[in-house]
Write a protein that binds this ligand. Structure first.
Ligand code: BTN
Length: 256
């Protein structure tokens, strides 16, 4: 198996004109998100950090993201926006970028569990952690993607899916990263100018939570509701006691 390599990734991009500043690759690092959050020097184009292993990989809601060396694609992308730019829908857009990457590889039955966990049937194949900070007059957004490439499915507690389990090794990891960067940067640039509304219709077909009973946990509050879609701000819509509630940030799990 080839290690991740900046030049092979660039070759797979076939000279596509992307707003890409640079790609750095580590064999081992604490967290690719931490790296990009710490080393901002005012770049306006997208900087990418990749690693084969993370010592302190971070997931959503303060959880750890654990992956043996070379088994995930561990990628972070740092985007820059004016500090007052709306972030509505960005988290979902990044899930769509991962979904488009997997579609390119020939993977079907893809859906997204709001806001951005990517599923193949009932197995999670990718998780995304979006973090942002204001630095001087800019807002930096670091999008960390953990994409299962070849995991030992039997040791995982949660049902998961991985790329090589579905399509084998026919596409190199470097080319998978190339596709991921292409879709992520392109969708980010489009979202920056046209906003989230044009993507709303696409959501209906890929909504993992639609018409499912879900448990919503927000701080001390917890309730069971029915998933009924999302709105133009990217908020999750659930039906609870006959009324539609908008959820902006919560842990949501599907009831069996
Ligand atoms: C989730 O909990 O579903 C999100 C997981 C995000 C993991 C990725 S791996 C690359 C980047 N670096 C981190 O520390 N976390 C993200």
């Amino acid at each position: 198996m080839n290690d991740l390599n900046k030049f092979e990734i660039l070759e797979c991009l076939h000279g596509k004109n992307l707003e890409l500043e640079d790609i750095v690759v580590f064999q081992s690092i604490d967290s690719t998100n931490n790296f990009l959050l710490k080393e901002f020097k005012g770049e306006t184009r997208t900087k990418v950090c990749l690693a084969e292993y993370q010592i302190e990989g971070r997931g959503q809601y303060g959880r750890q993201w654990i992956s043996p060396s070379h088994r995930n694609i561990l990628a972070s992308l740092r985007f820059t926006l004016p500090k007052n730019h709306s972030l509505n829908g960005l988290s979902i857009i990044m899930g769509l970028a991962v979904l488009n990457t997997l579609k390119d590889l020939g993977i079907n039955s893809l859906r997204i569990k709001w806001p951005n966990d990517v599923y193949v049937e009932d197995g999670k194949i990718a998780g995304i952690l979006v973090e942002n900070r204001v630095v001087l007059d800019s807002r930096i957004i670091v999008v960390g993607i953990g994409l299962n490439w070849r995991m030992e499915v039997s040791v995982m507690t949660q049902k998961i899916a991985d790329i090589s389990g579905i399509i084998g090794n026919k596409v190199s990891r470097n080319c998978i990263v190339g596709r991921l960067l292409f879709h992520s940067i392109q969708l980010f640039e489009d979202w920056k100018t046209i906003g989230f509304l044009p993507y709303l219709n696409a959501w209906q077909e890929i909504d993992y939570l639609y018409d499912k009973h879900v448990k919503v946990s927000m701080g001390n509050e917890e309730f069971v509701a029915l998933g009924v879609g999302i709105d133009s701000d990217g908020a999750l819509l659930v039906k609870y006691q006959g009324e539609i509630k908008r959820i902006f940030s919560a842990q949501v799990s599907v009831l069996e």
